[in-house]
Design a protein around this ligand. Structure first.
Ligand SMILES: [Zn+2]
Ligand SMILES: [Zn+2]
Length: 183
């Protein structure tokens, strides 16, 4: 098997103790079989170190060291195109999945990113429509907030949101809106 990015042979490696993968020594990407992955999650009890998030390593710093392949990649096993799944709202990183082989490709730093986001034990969640929908909704909301943040500051945005919530729940909101719009 060859690395889908570097075209050099992938070598057996470990993402974690007991979690085998096929890794590329050049780009540091890795192919993980979800079968092995699920088995590893079941076999590995949650350790103390999984629970404490290192507070002094901001996610932003980690994103800086990770890599993201933006172009579609062919599965190293079957050559079919892999599907991309966004990991979180904080970064552009996406996991690539071959649903035919049930294998996932992680670019350099993406395993660390999953750990940081407390997703390393629930990676398949990223591949669900539910997760992707949640991220899209979040992105839409963020874009809306950012448009308004060009004119007002954060505390004003919070105030506006509270007001909007109060207004939309009010039984006479159309009268209130009419009043606001009058000169
Ligand atoms: Zn590579
Ligand atoms: Zn495949």
């Amino acid at each position: 098997m060859q690395c889908p990015k570097c075209n050099i042979a992938l070598r057996a490696t470990k993402l974690e103790q007991g979690l085998s993968a096929m890794g590329c020594s050049q780009c540091e990407g890795a192919l993980v079989a979800l079968l092995y992955y699920r088995d590893w999650v079941e076999r590995t009890p949650l350790s103390e170190s999984d629970l404490d998030t290192p507070e002094d390593t901001p996610i932003k710093a980690l994103i800086g060291t990770s890599e993201e392949t933006s172009t579609a990649m062919a599965c190293p096993k079957c050559s079919r195109l892999m599907l991309k799944f966004k990991i979180s709202g904080e970064s552009d990183n996406k996991l690539d999945l071959c649903s035919f082989c049930d294998e996932a490709w992680l670019d350099r730093g993406e395993w660390q990113l999953l750990k940081m986001l407390e997703l390393s034990r629930k990676m398949p969640l990223v591949f669900t429509e539910q997760w992707q929908k949640k991220l899209r909704k979040q992105a839409t909301q963020d874009a809306r907030d950012n448009r308004l943040l060009k004119y007002i500051d954060e505390p004003e945005l919070e105030k506006t949101k509270e007001f909007k919530q109060w207004l939309s729940a009010h039984p006479h909101r159309e009268h209130l809106l009419f009043f606001i719009n009058q000169n």
